[in-house]
Every structure is written in structure tokens, then in C-alpha cells.
Ligand binder design. Sequence first.
Ligand code: AMP
Ligand code: MG
Length: 323
Amino acid sequence: MSGKNVTDVVLADAEGVARAAQILESGGLVALPTETVYGLAARADSAEAVAKIYWAKGRPDFNPLIVHVRDLAQAEEIAVIDDRARNLAERFWPGPLTLILPLREGARIAGAVTAGLPRIALRQPAHRVMQAVLAQTGFPVAAPSANRSEEISPTRADHVTVSLGERCPLVLDGGASQKGLESTIVALRGAGAGAEDGGWSLLRPGPVTKETLERILGPETPNVDAGIEAPGQMARHYSPGKPMRLSVGGAAEGEFFIGFGEVAGDCNLSPSGDLNEAAARLYDCLHRAAASDKSAIAVAPIPYGEVGRAINDRLHRAAAPLD
Ligand code: AMP
Ligand code: MG
């Protein structure tokens, strides 16, 4: 680029999309809006490009990346899609559901994307900007959240620049992410022997709820060997870098208080008690809490139903003890 070590934040219009596609083409990094959170994108078929994602995020190399595809046909070129997977893809794509699927032999995917695993995480995003970029590139795009590893995920362009700085040369600004939480991740196990028992596991709760998935797939049957199935689901993640207390009725001295419903606060996730709105606002409130002059954070109780499960999952990881 210019060599000036600056990040360009540009509008996600046709010109911005074309510039992003060109940078990806040449093996560079771009931060893009998606409906879940902002993603740090690189072409998934290039080892050099994918290495830049791990470098920019400071991400451990055992933590594999989600690959974003243009459509189901592109997913078929990369992974083996059985009837259950096809059913889920047809129902929820484009949208915030990631499927863990067997990697197809000979697929043009850099080994670091799957951290060397025989399975790959795929999703077709619903955001028009990410879709426009995928439509202009012939290759699928690996894109974890556009933040330093363990930090709070970005739901706005300025969150990206605060966390990644000049490590990401271009950010497309497409406004606030509508869902505000990372995609739901489902692992479908093959029908066979041993661990391939035909069951399924929810590896990460998200906007597509467990209740919705159980209506389609039947009860979840977690794999006994979940540690291997879900690499990178670290206890500490999404961290604001300050001590946090959860499910409390009010702030103690020196705490930034994140409210919900009638429990007011310095920032309220949803004054009307709407869990979808709370999900969309969660990371912005955490970013504000992190940037405030308060030394600690407290959060009001959030119900566990529907997307509340995913909100509480993220809050518990955000509150995991600091080193
Ligand atoms: P992130 O990119 O931070 O949203 O996280 C993506 C998550 O997807 C990782 O933490 C992994 O747990 C999960 N994941 C990605 N690829 C795979 C895979 N091949 N097998 C199992 N889990 C995966
Ligand atoms: Mg992340």
C-alpha cells in the first residue's frame, strides 16, 4: 500500500467494494461488515493471505477460521454436503449459521484455514456488502472477527480500527451489524461408527437458536470428545480487559453498569427488554465500558431463552478472569 501505515476507512459503496475485492485478489487483508460482526477477510485459497489473518489478530494457529462462500454451489466445491447439511443450508443461508463439514479432497483451501483438521467451517453471509465482495471474487474468503484475539468483537467500523489499527489497511464501513453476535456453529457428525454417530453438536450458540435447530435436527447430542471437535472455543474471549460482574441489580462504586430492560445503566442493551436488540448492542456497550474511565464493569441479568443463551455465553467468556 502507501507505506504510510495508516488504515483507510471507506464507505461500503460500489467503489469501496471494488477496492476490497482487488486487495483480496492480491492477497491482502480487508475488514468488511457482515450481519453478525465485522470480519477480517483474506482469500481462503492462499497460505500467505491466510497467514496475515493470524498475524493481524495475534490468533493462535490451532484456532481454525470460518470460510464465507458465495452460494451453496461454492460450498459444494469445498466440503461434502449431506442431506442434513443441505437442509440446514437451504433453510438458513444466507444467514448466521456456520456448518462444520468434511473438507472435500483436493479443495483449494489453505491448510491453516482449518488448522490442519479434516473438517471445515462454512457459511454464506447475508450482508449485501460481503455478498457483493464474494460476487466479485472467484475464491471463498476466510473471515474471523476483525479484532485482536481475545478482545471484544467489532460491530462498527471504528471498533475495527481501535482494535487492529494499521494491521488492517482497509475497512469498509457499512454501519452497525444487524445481528451483533457471531454466527451459530453446528457440527454435524457423519452416520458411521464410533464418533461418527450421526449426531450433532452446538459448538457456539448464536443468532440461530438451539431451540430452532432442535426442531429440525432433534435433540442435540454433544460429542464426548468435544475438545477436539471445537478447537479454539476458549473460555476467555471477547474481553474488555477489566473485571466484570454478571447478573447483578446495580453498579458498585467505580463500575460501568450495562443495563437491560427496566434495569437502567450507563448503557442499556434494550430498554424494552428485546433480546435481539440486546444482542445487536452487546459489543458496542462492552466497547464503551472498556473505553470509559471506570475500572470495572457490571451487567444486569439477561434471560437465557432464545438468543439470550448466546448473549450469556459471550458475557461469561468476557468475564473470565484476567491473567
Ligand atoms: P471466530 O473466527 O473467532 O468467529 O471463530 C471461529 C470458530 O469456529 C473457531 O473458534 C472454531 O471453534 C470454529 N471452527 C472453525 N473451523 C472449525 C473446524 N474445522 N472444526 C471445528 N471448529 C471450527
Ligand atoms: Mg472472534
